[in-house]
Design a protein. Sequence first.
Length: 61
Amino acid sequence: MQDVYDAWWRLPRDERGGVPKTPGPPSARYTDVDGALWIIDDRFLALLDDLMQRLEKWLNE
């Protein structure tokens, strides 16, 4: 499903208009050792970016 979605985005802009957009791939899912389900989406990645910046700032002080 991801390959089909990526192929649609690689089409030139004028060709994309004539081809129906394929549905996006489902959100990535991860089950941790405790059995909790994590959905890896843009909000989760933004949270990790923020955490990384805060930790870098803390380590550099």
